[in-house]
Ligand binder design. Structure first.
Ligand code: GUN
Ligand code: FE
Length: 426
């Protein structure tokens, strides 16, 4: 027996399918060597004597995956929310991100970010840093210490940025990326690199071509933005007259999933049919960033369509387009915006349900990391303990109702325990 073999006892909730939650009250959730061995109403005899943390009436849910957020933007979240995407990038985001050339500033800002990520219900995340290699490595060091499992990307940008936030050339950007990959190789248990061309307007074809070559050589996953905002999409059309739709601007360089390696595309609010078909063919992961899409007036992504057509969908906080790192809050936002879409845009796509958003935030995004996001046997043991005792009520609630209340009402105080791959975070 090792320290990663134990049981948690409480009300265990996870998705059996996108439509169905499994809820076991007074259940035993067993972790064996960091891997989930299943949920039991009575502890099987072979586990007699393993340590058991009894969390009483608390709910135990799989760890949540944040498939898209920007660590350097945590420091200015909720500023400039009257702007649309492109103006927000130019006037707020790029000047703020340029501050990460200063390592002292980066240390202060990233320490706050890492601490808050640790306290959240997030166990896995795919994170944008900035273009600065030293600050990106510092972020990787700090996230390593949290125990969360993350992909972190040094951002690439060689056009359309201010001088303070643009690399000198495609060559310089590619070289800095290679140096970063080589310097960090083998340094971490919990953090992995991910190639991060910011979005098409920030990267020349020459840079994209070089990143495609690096991708092939190092087999790294890719993350970027896609079809987020109408102004952005019109700009990409101008910049890439050779492409039929935005996704092709990545695909032509092998940066859109497929056999080279997986890709996360954030937003996917306004994808044409051909783009959706290509995302499906390439197995692209869609990061659904509902709060950001509201804040930056981008729109409402057709998530039900993506689910019903069998695409991979996870949830993203998109800090600082989104203002909250809480993925429980992101679930509520996703339900609410899907209702507005149904009522105002397209009444053929029914609103998302609690079960569906729970699935998206657990298995949907978790599967980018492997067998993650479920309590079925064989999944990595990522678990979060939710205590709702500070949300009193005079009448009885079912466990599902308690979970629904936590989606709408919880904050950090309700998150009282977290495990990643069987390692106790708190
Ligand atoms: N597109 C390019 N960069 C960004 C960013 O930082 N945030 C969002 N929401 N979209 C982007
Ligand atoms: Fe983003």
């Amino acid at each position: 027996m090792n320290e990663k073999t134990f049981a948690l006892k409480g009300t265990v909730c996870y998705n059996e399918s996108p439509e169905k939650l499994s809820i076991t009250e007074n259940g035993y959730l067993v972790c064996e060597n960091g891997v989930c061995a299943g949920v039991f109403t009575n502890l099987p005899e072979k586990y007699n004597g393993i340590p058991c943390r009894d969390v009483g009436d608390c709910l135990i849910i799989p760890g949540l995956t944040d498939l898209h957020l920007h660590a350097p933007q945590y420091s200015f979240r909720s500023i400039g929310m009257d702007l649309e995407l492109l103006e927000w990038l130019d006037t707020i985001t790029f000047p703020q991100e340029s501050k990460y050339a200063d390592l002292d500033y980066a240390r202060k800002a990233y320490s706050i970010f890492a601490e808050d990520m640790k306290k959240s219900a997030t166990t896995r995340a795919s994170i944008f840093a900035t273009l600065h290699v030293a600050a990106t490595e510092l972020l990787m060091d700090l996230m390593e210490e949290t125990g969360l499992k993350t992909f972190i990307g040094k951002v690439n940008m060689d056009r359309n940025g201010p001088p303070a936030l643009q690399e000198e050339s495609a060559q310089a950007s590619a070289q800095a990326t290679l140096a970063w990959i080589q310097e960090t190789a083998g340094r971490y248990q919990n953090v992995k690199p991910i190639l991060t061309p910011r979005f098409t307007p920030s990267c020349t074809d020459e840079l994209m071509r070089m990143l495609g070559e690096i991708q092939k050589e190092y087999h790294l996953p890719v993350q970027s933005h896609l079809s987020e905002n109408l102004g952005e999409i019109a700009w990409v059309k101008e910049l890439c007259p050779n492409t039929g739709f935005y996704g092709e601007a990545y695909d032509q360089f092998g940066l859109f999933g497929g056999e080279n390696g997986p890709a996360i595309m954030a937003h996917c609010v306004h994808c044409p049919d051909e783009e959706i078909a290509l995302m499906k063919e390439r197995g692209v992961y869609i990061a659904h960033c509902s709060q950001s899409n509201t804040n930056l007036s981008s729109g409402i992504a057709p998530v039900r369509r993506y689910l019903s057509e069998g695409l991979h969908v996870g949830i993203g906080s998109d800090i600082a387009g989104g203002t909250s790192v809480s993925l429980l809050r992101a679930m509520a936002d996703s339900i609410q915006t899907s209702k507005l879409r149904w009522r105002l845009v397209d009444d053929t796509l029914k609103p998302l349900t609690l079960e569906e958003v729970f699935y998206i935030a657990t298995i949907g995004g978790g599967s980018f990391f492997g067998k993650v996001g479920s309590f079925e046997g064989g999944y990595e043991f990522d678990a979060v303990i939710l205590d709702d005792s500070n949300l009193p009520h005079p009448q009885p609630f079912t466990s599902k109702e308690r979970l629904e209340r936590l989606v709408y009402l919880s904050d950090d105080r309700n998150i009282t325990g977290k495990y990643v791959s069987g390692a106790k975070i708190f």
